[in-house]
Design a protein around this ligand. Structure first.
Ligand SMILES: Cc1ncc(COP(=O)(O)O)c(C=O)c1O
Length: 381
């Protein structure tokens, strides 16, 4: 493999994907479908035994994404939530977890409805307020979960600030880097211990694969996460690994375009009579803007808006867009629109973490921004 030390992110995105296949010279590694691997003698093999424990296509993906996150260890999972589940299994009954009060609904559901019944103590807190984080810390707190920018509020958490507090108390910092991706934000370099992704989003980038990923520099945590990946078995198949691996090569280009268009659209929507509030960390008026400038190289492709006309208008706007497809998920080449309260975050409806009905989330794709703007204008008219 080319020495990538000191090379730029774009070079790492392409060449970090791996060298040509040594057997054939193919510049794209083959999809290895084998579930089992021959052993010359018992225990004597070429590094693979059984495909749940590891397969070459998954290794190629894990090496690639680890390089992009600046991590020594990476683990691919069958979905973002499978990756998150493995991380929560690092904790024991009686341990305390601090979650952002605006975390992705599925993360809150996993913590409160799967891990809390098994003995995990969970509190949600506004992580953008470092004093609140200090106040919420208990002697049993072992992990703080950061999501920045958050889904769908686009709040910004100071990764360095939270990491300093957590490390004072010996706690572990996990950052969900799904929205920013390593193209824009590298949490491990900012002091976090573990990064987690829904690879279903920007890493894959084409709405055709569900996947998850975990990266860390810490050997001890890596050993346990690797153990859990194999022991619980929530692994992605080779074709899924191949698709994420392919998508990640163009990550830098896509994130630059998503970010540029999202900023244009956010600025365009500020002051629109139908829009009560635009939530985008690239706006200087955003409360997390200064921290975002410090820890991100651009502000990403997600924009949320609150409609002056309330929920009925929000639902109508979702129905009316033409280029923005009304669908769950985010982070792909095509623009998507959705209503978190009734769609992606329906699992927290009726709780303190409920998303209000007037909020609409936009995933800005890579289409021509003028066309996207015109589509939103006609939907909002
Ligand atoms: C920020 C964030 N984290 C995690 C997940 C869960 O990932 P997956 O759907 O791949 O399980 C999502 C899914 O929308 C998400 O938006």
């Amino acid at each position: 493999m080319v020495d990538l030390e000191g090379k730029g992110f774009g070079t790492k995105a392409v060449h970090g994907a791996g060298p040509p296949d040594p057997a054939t010279g193919a510049v794209v590694p083959p999809i290895s479908l084998a579930t089992t691997f021959r052993q010359e003698a018992v225990g004597k093999h070429l590094g693979y035994e059984y495909a749940r424990s590891g397969n070459p296509t998954r290794t190629a993906l894990e090496t690639h994404l680890s390089t992009l996150e600046g991590a020594g260890h990476g683990f691919a999972f069958a979905s973002g939530l499978a990756a998150e589940d493995a991380l929560l299994r690092l904790l024991s009954p009686g341990d305390h977890l601090l979650l952002p009060d605006d975390a992705y609904g599925g993360t809150i559901r996993l913590a409160l409805q799967v891990h809390a019944p098994a003995g995990l103590a969970v509190d949600t807190v506004d992580l953008s307020d470092l004093e609140a984080v200090r106040a919420a810390w208990t002697p049993a707190t072992r992990m703080v979960w950061v999501e920045t920018p958050s889904n769908p509020w686009l709040r910004i958490v100071d990764i360095e600030g939270v990491s300093a507090i957590a490390h004072e108390h010996g706690g572990l910092v996990v950052v969900d880097n799904t929205f920013a991706t390593p193209a824009l934000q590298r949490p491990l370099a900012l002091g976090a211990d573990v990064v987690v992704h829904s690879a279903t989003k920007y890493l894959g980038g084409h709405s055709d694969v569900v996947g998850g990923f975990v990266a860390t520099q810490d050997d001890e945590h890596a050993e346990r996460i690797g153990f859990l990946q194999n022991a619980a078995g929530a692994v992605p198949g080779p074709l899924d690994c191949y698709l994420v691996h392919r998508g990640a090569r163009t990550l830098e280009l896509r994130m630059a375009r998503h970010s540029e268009s999202a900023l244009t659209i956010a600025e365009h929507l500020v002051g629109h009579p139908a829009v009560a509030e635009v939530l985008y960390p690239g706006l200087t008026s955003h409360p997390g803007h200064e921290v975002a400038v410090r820890q991100m190289s651009a502000f990403g492709g997600m924009v949320s808006i609150r409609l002056a006309g309330g929920e009925a208008t929000a639902l109508e706007v979702c129905r009316r867009t033409e280029l923005f497809t009304l669908a769950e998920s985010l982070g792909a080449v095509e623009s998507l629109i959705e209503h978190p309260g009734r769609m992606t975050h329906a699992s927290v409806a009726g709780t303190a973490n409920e998303v209000p009905g007037d909020l609409v989330r936009l995933s800005i794709g890579i289409e021509d921004v003028a066309d996207l703007q015109a589509d939103l204008d006609q939907a909002l008219a």
